[in-house]
Design a protein around this ligand. Structure first.
Ligand code: F6R
Ligand code: ZN
Length: 177
């Protein structure tokens, strides 16, 4: 575990890889197949099972005084009309806020709070700040990998349970462009 002592890391803007990577996770269509709206298209693409997104995280101690960071890389593509995306989650505790900084590609941050939807386009240099109690998900709306860095308090968990109910009230599709 790291965090107590100072260190330097390096992110590759093209691949999203972290020099100091502790865990690299790959999420394929089969892992999140229930989340895409067009289930007929999902069935057609399952044999191919495309890689949807990857995450790169250093092994930072989950200490409430520490800052956590990581990189998400969403590959370009669609399932039907809906763009490749992350699962989407709420933070526990809900007061934990978060910052995203787009490094490359083009994406959309989808947020839902009290049944209100907010969509924010992200391009290299865009910083988005996810406030309290905001259910958030990111989409790749471009033709290149969409890569962004996240930073927040290290002592938090992800709550994915909202996805089991109705999920998001809106999605992001080619019609959004
Ligand atoms: C952390 C955060 C990101 C996401 C990542 C994958 O709070 O927002 O590190 O965890 O972009 O998204 P999910 O976890 O929703 O599939
Ligand atoms: Zn988050």
């Amino acid at each position: 575990m790291i965090g107590k002592e100072s260190f330097a890391d390096k992110v590759d803007f093209k691949t999203g890889e972290l020099a100091n990577c502790g865990s690299h996770n790959k999420v394929y269509l089969n892992d999140i197949k229930t989340l895409f709206k067009d289930q007929e298209e999902v069935q057609k693409r399952l044999d191919e099972n495309p890689l949807i997104y990857e995450t790169f995280y250093p092994d930072i101690d989950t200490n409430i005084m520490y800052v956590f960071y990581g990189v998400t890389k969403i590959h370009p593509g669609t399932i039907g009309r809906e763009f490749f995306m992350t699962k989407g989650h709420l933070h526990i505790p809900e007061q934990i806020t978060e910052m995203y900084l787009c490094l490359s590609g083009r994406g959309m941050l989808l947020e839902q709070k009290d049944n209100n939807i907010k969509k924010t386009v992200m391009e290299p240099g865009t910083i988005t700040y996810v406030g309290e109690s905001s259910f958030h998900r990111t989409y790749n709306i471009g033709k290149e990998p969409f890569i962004f860095i996240v930073a927040c308090n290290a002592d938090f968990e992800h709550d994915y349970s909202l996805l089991k109910d109705d999920g998001f009230l809106e999605i992001v599709t080619v019609d959004d462009l």
